[in-house]
Design a protein around this ligand. Structure first.
Ligand code: AMP
Length: 110
């Protein structure tokens, strides 16, 4: 079981931002930006590549709700989803990083 499943089950604490029956958003424990939130489906799907369109449509709308809730819709934000080994994905449970709260740099990766 991944740490995100434990958060969904209530076995691990999380600083929650928004939740509904299908999705959960919480602050990243090791923030890479002044605002760093993770948005996940409650069911365990390993990554973006494995997710079906219906789920991604719901997650898309949920991410926008999260951004509005914390005011990132006004200032701008970045979303990132890591997929597999080369991306550096650590937790094999689909998640989008929602990053903002400052002017973010965009450096060459790899
Ligand atoms: P990734 O490398 O895309 O799989 O990102 C996983 C993210 O989960 C990292 O940014 C971690 O800091 C974050 N993370 C790991 N454990 C927790 C936790 N218990 N609560 C909140 N964020 C976590």
């Amino acid at each position: 079981m991944t740490v995100f499943e434990k958060i969904v089950n209530g076995e691990l604490p999380a600083n929650k931002v928004l939740e509904n029956d299908k999705f959960l958003a919480f602050y990243d424990i090791s923030p890479k930006a002044p605002i760093h939130i993770l948005a996940i489906p409650k069911i365990c799907i390993k990554d973006f590549h494995s997710a079906d369109l219906e789920l991604l449509k719901g997650l898309n709308e949920f991410i926008k709700e999260v951004a509005i809730k914390v005011g990132l819709d006004k200032t701008g934000y970045r979303i990132i989803s890591n997929i597999g080994a080369d991306s550096g994905q650590e937790v094999p449970h689909l998640h989008f990083h929602i990053l903002g709260g400052a002017k973010l740099k965009w450096e060459k990766l790899g």
